[in-house]
Write a protein that binds this ligand. Structure first.
Ligand SMILES: [Fe+2]
Length: 233
């Protein structure tokens, strides 16, 4: 029950066949059952929306959510299931904002966005600003995993100071993604810059690592220094 303290996981890929996460309903149910056993009471799962790669939107995500919800209910797993999305911050996302298309949110106003793995998106400041103007709370997914930011920690501090919420992956703290990512996660936590901790669960290896590592000490420390908001969503 490591995660009863967090209550709500707000980053995962559990809707079958929509992205590089879970591919079938049976696996989705097995993962959700295990997340419940680990202490989570609420999951907001976040399929990728990446134009040309994962062409998702409400039209693909919401029907799949209904299907998995129904299966969770039938299986009697005591957990609440919702869906938002993880938007890649790119021209397509910009166009959604410009068109004022309703975005998929976590808890009504939080919108999870990720940066490219290659480099800092040029227009990120104005995108975050435009999201706020549209009434959304931007949440940056796994800031510790962008290697190009490790050499310039001030970018993290600046993004945090601009009112963007930062979501760290729990597995980053274990060294799962390597020592540089681990060091960045620990420094973000030390500086109190993290607002959410997420599983970013895609597959069995993630679940195994999440189940094996004892997060209690880490989470206790993080809650003392960081304003973790998972349970408030
Ligand atoms: Fe993700």
């Amino acid at each position: 029950m490591h995660f009863d303290i967090l209550k709500h996981d707000m980053h995962s890929h559990l809707l079958p066949g929509l992205d590089d996460g879970v591919q079938d309903l049976e696996t989705a149910l097995a993962f959700i059952r295990q997340l419940s056993a680990l202490g989570y009471e609420h999951l907001t799962t976040t399929p990728h929306i990446m134009c040309g790669v994962y062409n998702n939107g409400a039209d693909t995500i919401l029907p799949k959510l209904q299907e998995v919800r129904e299966a969770v209910r039938k299986a009697g797993i005591p957990i609440e299931l919702d869906a938002g999305a993880e938007y890649l911050l790119d021209d397509y996302f910009e166009s959604l904002l410009e068109e004022r298309a309703p975005l998929l949110t976590i808890g009504g106003k939080h919108v999870l966005v990720e940066f490219s793995w290659v480099g800092l998106p040029a227009g990120y400041r104005s995108t975050f600003f435009n999201m706020k103007v549209a009434g959304y709370e931007p949440v940056l997914a796994h800031p510790e995993r962008y290697h190009y930011l490790h050499k310039d920690f001030n970018v993290y501090r600046e993004i945090h100071a601009s009112g963007v919420l930062l979501q760290a992956n729990l597995l980053s703290f274990t060294g799962y993604y390597g020592s540089r990512v681990q060091a960045a996660a620990l420094q973000l936590a030390e500086e109190g810059l993290i607002h959410f901790a997420g599983t970013d669960l895609h597959h069995q290896r993630h679940l195994q690592a999440l189940s094996q590592f004892d997060f209690r000490k880490l989470l206790g420390k993080m809650l003392a220094v960081n304003n973790l908001r998972n349970a408030l969503l």
